[in-house]
Design a protein around this ligand. Structure first.
Ligand SMILES: CC(C)(COP(=O)(O)OP(=O)(O)OC[C@H]1O[C@@H](n2cnc3c(N)ncnc32)[C@H](O)[C@@H]1OP(=O)(O)O)[C@@H](O)C(=O)NCCC(=O)NCCS
Length: 430
């Protein structure tokens, strides 16, 4: 897998920013002052409070694995914070039938003093050109606002469900699986979150690999964690004693009631029994009236496990955003659920995916070739193709929104081929 840190900064963005008296350069994370300035700018950009020395040390150590870029005023004092930040790394993205390399982008910030003069555009286009130059066929990110990234060809492709439960109304109807649930300490919680995610992420398209600091944070083990003392963990062991599921959560009193709300930070369950057992633990917990959790798959079975489904509220929202850069490499990296033979005309204002492509799927394997002269079956923007890619968005729905120009029959056949068996999921923020 490509090491993103070996890819130089994009020369076009370098030149464009230099024209604004700005230096666009890699951050050398082995230089503590450079690393600290990057992370403090990142924290400021995300409206966080000033990080403590301990947080800076822990975070910058984790950022060493990424390609970190800062934008500086030409002639800025040594130690000055960058006026903009971005970082990236290459990670496996699970797709139906396998994995594809994805250029993950994070830490996109532009300082309040330098906003709306094209710096974010230079950063994003620079990342896409860097990824394409490295031969990485797709880029991905999670977003603070859903209005920022469509202009670069990204689309919401992996929706997630935010679930809230009124436990008294919902009740519980499922049969308890064999096996048992146990409390675990935070270090064990962190270790299980990591190892089970490595399995769980291969089970649903849309998932990416996790990293240690993420699991430290979920387990309440990072310095200055806002609710470290409240984080609790349980695991599920199957009837043979194998760990198949883990859940991190906290309990907080609903003021003056001595009834409690459970906030679940993360569930990783690699079998249906594990998920049922962990849901059963949560929903039958004494003194707990409310449960909330985000980043569940939209086909989570919970509404079918309770006595009254109206006690379970499921809100679907955008979460994982994808952007195809190389159409043949991306489309041939996944398998399909039905044969299809279509010519796609892909429109891409940044050029990466622009062209006409024949997609032929036979025995679930795809062949994708440029097809300049054939009659086109589907016209769509690269963002729409990216939305469809991992099988979490419907072509019929995009057609109804005017984002995919094809007959109803062709749109339905795209859905037959592209849909994933289980709803795609991205279980983490990055
Ligand atoms: C979002 C952010 C990075 C934009 O930076 P910026 O340098 O001001 O953006 P640019 O000047 O390059 O704008 C590029 C385009 O995005 C648009 N845009 C910028 N910020 C936007 C926002 N918050 N919502 C919608 N559109 C936005 C601009 O209007 C411009 O549109 P155009 O090129 O189609 O005319 C910056 O506002 C920021 O740091 N916000 C806080 C941190 C954050 O939310 N980061 C994103 C993490 S996912």
């Amino acid at each position: 897998m490509t090491d993103a840190r070996s890819i130089p900064v994009d020369p076009t963005s370098l030149e464009r920013l230099a024209g604004q008296q700005l230096t666009y350069r890699n951050i050398d994370m082995s230089l503590p002052a450079d690393a600290e300035a990057f992370f403090r700018a990142d924290a400021r950009g995300f409206l966080d409070s000033e990080p403590s020395a301990e947080v800076i040390t822990a975070t910058t150590a984790a950022l060493e694995a990424r390609r970190n870029i800062g934008v500086f005023e030409v002639g800025a004092d040594e130690g000055a914070l960058p006026v903009a930040t971005v970082n990236s790394w290459v990670t496996p993205l699970t797709v139906p039938g396998g994995e594809v390399d994805m250029w993950a982008i994070s830490s996109v910030t532009v300082s309040g003093t330098h906003r709306r003069r094209g710096i974010a555009r230079a950063l994003l286009e620079g990342e896409l050109r860097a990824a394409a130059s490295a031969g990485v066929p797709i880029a991905g990110l999670t977003v603070s606002e859903a209005t920022i990234y469509g202009r670069y060809g990204f689309a919401s492709a992996i929706p997630a469900a935010r679930i809230t439960v009124d436990t008294r109304r919902a009740g519980w109807a499922a049969t308890a699986p064999a096996g048992r649930v146990e409390y675990i300490d935070k270090e064990t919680l962190r270790d299980h979150l990591s190892t089970l995610h490595d399995v769980a992420r291969t089970q649903r398209s849309g998932q990416i690999a996790g990293w240690k600091l993420r699991w430290d944070r979920v387990a309440g083990l990072t310095p200055d964690h806002p609710s470290a003392a409240s984080v609790r963990g349980v695991r599920y062991l199957d009837e043979h004693g194998a760990v198949r599921g883990v859940m991190a959560y906290k309990l907080a009193e609903i003021p003056d009631t001595f009834r409690f709300e459970m906030t679940i930070f993360h569930i990783s369950a690699v079998t249906s029994d594990a998920l049922t057992a962990l849901w059963g633990f949560a929903l039958q917990h004494d003194l707990v009236d409310r449960i909330s959790v985000d980043l569940r798959p939209i086909d989570d079975p919970l509404p079918w496990l309770v006595s009254d489904r109206r006690g379970v509220e499921v809100v679907v929202h955008d979460h994982g955003w994808l952007r195809i850069l190389d159409v043949p490499a991306a489309l041939s990296a996944r398998t399909y659920r039905a044969p299809i033979d279509v010519v796609l005309r892909v429109v891409d204002s940044l050029g990466f995916a622009e062209g006409s492509w024949r997609l032929t799927v036979d025995d679930s394997i795809a062949r994708v070739v440029p097809e300049a002269d054939a009659a086109v079956d589907v016209v769509l923007d690269v963002a729409a193709l990216s939305a469809l890619y991992v099988g979490g968005v419907s072509a019929v729905q995009l057609r109804a929104a005017g984002l995919l120009d094809a007959t109803a029959q062709v749109a339905a056949s795209i859905d037959d081929a592209f849909r994933a068996a289980e709803a795609p999921l991205l279980g983490i923020w990055y």
